[in-house]
Design a protein around this ligand. Structure first.
Ligand SMILES: CC(C)(COP(=O)(O)OP(=O)(O)OC[C@H]1O[C@@H](n2cnc3c(N)ncnc32)[C@H](O)[C@@H]1OP(=O)(O)O)[C@@H](O)C(=O)NCCC(=O)NCCS
Length: 160
């Protein structure tokens, strides 16, 4: 069902740093079977080559979602994108990705890569919507709770 209120209340993405590591870890843990440790997230958020943005709720200053990329010269790799489960399908993922890509372009990034689980229909649909195209596949790349490892699709988007 179309949720007009939820769409209208999408928080504007803004840059985030190490002070958001606990909130990022909370969302990561609720989004992936093998979550990253808070200390590792903090280290990433403090690294100069990392660009990160968060969607922070106006009402209580909690994080609703975040995105993080590693940049190297004119390329970037999206390391993670996650939205807290109760706020999914409200446009937050789309808003984060859109702002993040614009930010990367303004830093001189021309090509963006990412890896996505072949079975992750939601993420694949989102990335394809933004023009990402499959350029490779890594077989048995992700551990899964079910036992059989899942393949990762490597996707690429040219920003120029
Ligand atoms: C993938 C994820 C970030 C999407 O965030 P979101 O805020 O729910 O996405 P949005 O509401 O902005 O949706 C944008 C578009 O993505 C696609 N999409 C999002 N969720 C979808 C779903 N469950 N099924 C199919 N398409 C979906 C749709 O095209 C959607 O547009 P629409 O709502 O107009 O149909 C979110 O599902 C998530 O955090 N998943 C767990 C972590 C994860 O898998 N991250 C990606 C790792 S590569």
């Amino acid at each position: 069902m179309f949720n007009l209120f939820a769409k209208a209340s999408v928080p504007s993405p803004r840059p985030i740093g190490g002070e958001w590591s606990a909130e990022c870890a909370r969302i990561h843990a609720s989004s992936f079977a093998y979550p990253w440790r808070e200390a590792d997230i903090e280290q990433l958020l403090l690294a100069p080559e990392i660009v990160a943005a968060g969607a922070i709720e106006a009402k209580d200053q909690t994080l609703a979602g975040f995105i993080m990329s590693r940049t190297a010269l004119d390329e970037a790799e999206i390391l993670t994108l996650a939205v807290t489960p109760e706020r999914r399908r409200c446009g937050i993922g789309q808003s984060l990705l859109s702002a993040h890509l614009a930010g990367l372009a303004s830093l001189g990034v021309n090509r963006v890569f990412l890896e996505v689980d072949i079975d992750n229909a939601a993420a694949r649909a989102l990335y394809e919507r933004f023009g990402f195209r499959q350029v490779g596949e890594r077989k048995a790349y992700y551990r899964t709770e079910g036992g059989k490892p899942a393949s990762a699709l490597v996707m690429r988007l040219d920003l120029t």
